[in-house]
Design a binder for this molecule. Structure first.
Ligand code: ATP
Length: 287
């Protein structure tokens, strides 16, 4: 398998926080969802990958090559969409094209024009007068107009309405129908990832707790509900991040542990959101 991004033992230390021993790979041709609660280290990791932050130690390979010290080499190949626009607020879509196109060897004005049309973005409207959804679509248009083969999106969907999110998800799915294209997509809206991601990397307190196929993650864990009276001390240890109520409990369990629990307990498939919540509550995985 070919990888568009390989992160190995990455560390970035701030005074009061660090990402530690971060290792994961984005396979070429697929969408990798990057998830974790607020402050887990997603943006820090993404910024180090993009060379916006220096790393303390570790190694980052982009397109099979060490990326440190190669500033600008991957500009054309990587399309970046961050949660806040990085363009001046009084620029319009045409100003943005004039400003950024010289930096890209393969800028395509026709592609840009057709994306603006597809997204109904008025070229003359200043950024400050565009809605949040329109701003995201504008950044996506820029990212897709210089023949990028790797899109990196950091929480682009927060604040977007369901229609705009659906459009963005469709666009990303369409993007990876070309097997040369890949996506790293950080978002808190995990239902979007349930629909379109092939792989998931999950970061918690600056450390990776899962990286692999989305389906494996979602099949490896289940939701269990019932009364605490129904389970013994040994079985309680199988509960991950249990929430207790006066009437019973709700917890995540390993799907392979279900057979060790009483039949009376209700077990059902789990969502990515629930996996984040229960793992965060537990503060660790038990892998
Ligand atoms: N420049 C900085 N200097 C010091 N600490 C920082 C800096 N930038 C981020 N941090 C800290 O690093 C931690 C991780 O932040 P980061 O933005 O990477 O998390 P995140 O997972 O992207 O969170 P969110 O989902 O809320 O965007 C936070 O505690 C944050 O306060």
């Amino acid at each position: 398998m070919e990888y568009v991004l390989e992160v190995t033992s990455l560390e970035k230390q701030y005074e009061n926080f660090s990402v530690k021993n971060i290792s994961f790979k984005v396979p070429k041709g697929y969408i990798m969802g990057f998830i974790g609660p607020n402050g887990a280290g997603k943006t820090t990791t993404i910024k180090t990958i993009l060379g916006m932050l220096n790393i303390s130690s570790g190694n980052i390979k982009l397109f099979g090559k060490d990326s440190q010290g190669m500033n600008g080499q991957f500009n054309d190949k990587i399309g970046i969409v961050m949660d806040t626009p990085y363009f001046a607020e009084d620029w319009n879509a045409s100003d943005i094209e004039t400003a950024v196109s010289p930096f890209y060897q393969h800028w395509n004005s026709e592609t840009y024009a057709s994306l603006l049309e597809k997204f109904s973005i008025d070229r003359k409207k200043k950024l400050r007068d565009l809605s949040r959804g329109m701003k995201v679509k504008l950044m996506v248009s820029v990212a897709l107009s210089h023949h990028a083969t790797f899109l990196v999106l950091d929480e682009p969907t927060s604040g977007l309405d369901p229609v705009a999110r659906e459009e963005l998800c469709d666009l990303l799915s369409e993007f990876v129908t070309d097997e040369n294209n890949s996506v790293l997509f950080s978002t808190h809206i995990t239902s979007d990832l349930e629909k379109i991601a092939d792989y998931i990397t999950f970061i918690l307190n600056g450390e990776i707790v899962y990286t692999g196929l989305k389906d494996d993650l979602m099949e490896n864990y289940s939701l269990a509900k019932g009364s605490l009276y129904e389970i013994n001390e040994e079985q309680r240890k199988l509960l991950i991040g249990a929430r207790e109520y006066s009437t019973g409990f709700e917890a995540m369990v390993k799907t392979s542990d279900i057979r060790k629990l009483p039949n009376e307990l209700l077990t059902e498939p789990i969502t990515l959101d629930e996996i984040i919540v229960f793992m965060n509550k537990e503060g660790k995985t038990d892998e």
